[in-house]
Design a protein around this ligand. Structure first.
Ligand code: DTR
Ligand code: ZN
Ligand code: ZN
Length: 448
C-alpha cells in the first residue's frame, strides 16, 4: 500500500544530526569501495567534497607540540607550563585563520586548566556540530599520540575550513580540552557550563583521542548511528575495514557529551590493548603487540606515530565534518511522502521494496533529498539499502558490513537526486546478504 503524507504543517523542522550520505552516485556500477561477504561493492560520494587534509601539515603541528614539551620539562600536562604553551600555540593559529576563540579557565587540584573553544563564524547557531580532542598529556611524556594526534588533526581540519571559507548550514565549533587525563575534567567543565538551551543546540560531538597509534587499529565509536555510519562510509570508500571501538566507553571526552544526551561519535587507533592475529591480517602491523606500546610513557614522541593512520583519520575527520554539517533543516513547507507498511526482509534472500508515490510536484527532486529509514533487523550489517528513483536510477544508502552487529537502521540519508524527476514512484530497496538474522522495513519516507 502506498501512502503519502501531505505537506508538512510545521515550518522548517531541524532534524537531528544529518544522515550520512549526501550525494550517492546514481549508478549500479560497482567502483572502488568495500566488498562485503556477498561480493557486492558500492560507491559513495560526499555531499560536498571535503579537502584532503595534508598529513605533512598535521605532522608539522605535532613537531611543534613536541618542541613545546621538550622546552617545558618533557610534557604538556595539566597545570604545567607545557600545557599552557600548547594552548597558546593552537589559539594563535586559529585566531590568525579567522576563528572566534575563547579560553575557558577552570581549576583542578589547585592548578589552572584551560579549554580552547574555537567557533567558525556563520551557520545556524541553533544547530552546532562540534569536534574535540584533549590537548593535555600525562606528566610522564610529551603525549604525541595521546593526544597530540587528535589535537593536531582537528587543528589542521579547522585550518582547512578557513582556507576553503567553508559555509555549512550548521555552525562549526572546535574544542581542545584540558585535564582529560585526570578524568575528563575540562570537557565536563565545558558541558556543565552550558545552559540546557545551549546544550540542546549541540547536534553532535565528534571526539578524536589517539588516532595515530604506531600499530594501529581502525575503530569507530558505536554511539550515534548516523555519526558511526558516516565514519564507516568513509573508511569503506577507501577500502579500510573498521571495528567498533570497545576499549573506551566512557574513557574519553565524548562521555561528557553523551552523559547529557548529545549524539556522539569518534575514531580511535588503540592504546594498551593487544592487536590480535585477525586484526593484523585485516590491518597489517604486529599481532600480539599493543596498538600503542608507548601509551602514557615518555616514548610517546613524534616517532610514536603511524603516518598512514594519522593521514586516514585526518581525512575521515574532514569527511565527517563536511557531511554532518550539511543542511538537515527541512525547508518551511517541506513535503513528506511516507510508507508505513511493514515489509518482511527474507534472511539471506532476494531484495524487497517499499514504494511511495510522489505527484503534483514540478521539476526535479532536490540535491538534498532526505530519505528517512526505519528498519527493525538484528545484525544490521547484513543489510544493503538503496533508494530507487522513478526512472530506475539506484542510489546506495548503506553498504553491508560484516562487523556491524548492532540492531536496526534508524537514519536519515541525504541524497543528491537533482537529476531525477520528482514525480513518480520511488522505492526503498533492501536486501539481507548474510544468514541468520531477520527483520522488516517498518517505515520510510522522502522529504522534499
Ligand atoms: N582515555 C584515553 C585513552 C583511551 C583509552 N581507551 C579509549 C577509547 C576511546 C578513546 C580514548 C581511549 C586517554 O588516555 O587519553
Ligand atoms: Zn591518555
Ligand atoms: Zn587521550
Amino acid at each position: 500500500m502506498i501512502r503519502s503524507v501531505h505537506r508538512r504543517l510545521a515550518t522548517g523542522t531541524a532534524i537531528g544530526i544529518a544522515g550520512l550520505l549526501a550525494a550517492a552516485v546514481p549508478t549500479a556500477a560497482a567502483t572502488a569501495g568495500t566488498t562485503n561477504g556477498a561480493g557486492s561493492t558500492a560507491s559513495v560520494a560526499a555531499v560536498a567534497a571535503p579537502p584532503d587534509i595534508s598529513v605533512t601539515n598535521v605532522k608539522a603541528h605535532l613537531t611543534d607540540l613536541q618542541s613545546i614539551a621538550t622546552a617545558n620539562g618533557g610534557n604538556r600536562a595539566h597545570g604545567r607550563s607545557g600545557y599552557k604553551a600548547s594552548i597558546d600555540f593552537v589559539k594563535a593559529k586559529l585566531d590568525a585563520a579567522g576563528f572566534t576563540t575563547t579560553l575557558q579557565q577552570f581549576t583542578y587540584f589547585g592548578s589552572t586548566g584551560y579549554n580552547l573553544i574555537a567557533d567558525w563564524p556563520g551557520g545556524d547557531s541553533n544547530q552546532v556540530l562540534m569536534a574535540g580532542s584533549h590537548l593535555d598529556s600525562v606528566s610522564s611524556g610529551p603525549g604525541m599520540n595521546d593526544n597530540g594526534s587528535g589535537s593536531a588533526a582537528i587543528l589542521e581540519t579547522a585550518l582547512a575550513v578557513s582556507r576553503a571559507q567553508f559555509t555549512p548550514e550548521k555552525h562549526l565549533r572546535f574544542a581542545w580540552w584540558g585535564a582529560e587525563e585526570l578524568g575528563l575534567v575540562g570537557s565536563k567543565y565545558y558541558v556543565n557550563s552550558l545552559s540546557s538551551t545551549d546544550r540542546s543546540k549541540v547536534k553532535g560531538y565528534l571526539n578524536f583521542d589517539m588516532i595515530g597509534s604506531p600499530n594501529p587499529g581502525y575503530f569507530v565509536y558505536d554511539d550515534d548511528p548516523t555519526i558511526e555510519q558516516t565514519f564507516k562510509t568513509y573508511f569503506a570508500g577507501i577500502g579500510v575495514p573498521t571495528e567498533i571501538e570497545t576499549e573506551g566507553d566512557g574513557r574519553s571526552d565524548h562521555a561528557s557529551f553523551k552523559n547529557v544526551g548529545i549524539p556522539v561519535g569518534g575514531l580511535f587507533t588503540g592504546a594498551s590493548n593487544t592487536k590480535s592475529s585477525a586484526q593484523a591480517t585485516k590491518w597489517g602491523g604486529t599481532a600480539g603487540q599493543a596498538f600503542d606500546r608507548c601509551y602514557h610513557s615518555s616514548c610517546d614522541t613524534t616517532s610514536n606515530i603511524s603516518d598512514t593512520a594519522l593521514d586516514r583519520n585526518s581525512d575521515a575527520i574532514a569527511y565527517a565534518i563536511w557531511n554532518l554539517s550539511a543542511g538537515t533543516t527541512v525547508p518551511p513547507g517541506g513535503d513528506v511522502y511516507e510508507n508505513t507498511t511493514d515489509v518482511t526482509i527474507p534472511d539471506y534472500g532476494s531484495a524487497v521494496t517499499s514504494s511511495v508515490a510522489v505527484s503534483g510536484r514540478t521539476g526535479n527532486a532536490p540535491s538534498t533529498l532526505q530519505v528517512g529509514v526505519n528498519i527493525k533487523h538484528t545484525w544490521r550489517g547484513d543489510l544493503v539499502i538503496d533508494l530507487v528513483a522513478p526512472d530506475g536510477s539506484t542510489y546506495r544508502l548503506k553498504n553491508s558490513s560484516g562487523s556491524d552487529s548492532a540492531d536496526d537502521v534508524v537514519a536519515t540519508y541525504t541524497v543528491n537526486a537533482s537529476s531525477e524527476a520528482a514525480n513518480g514512484t520511488w522505492q526503498l530497496k533492501v536486501q539481507d546478504v548474510a544468514r541468520y538474522d531477520t527483520g522488516y522495513i517498518d517505515s520510510w519516507k522522502l522529504t522534499f
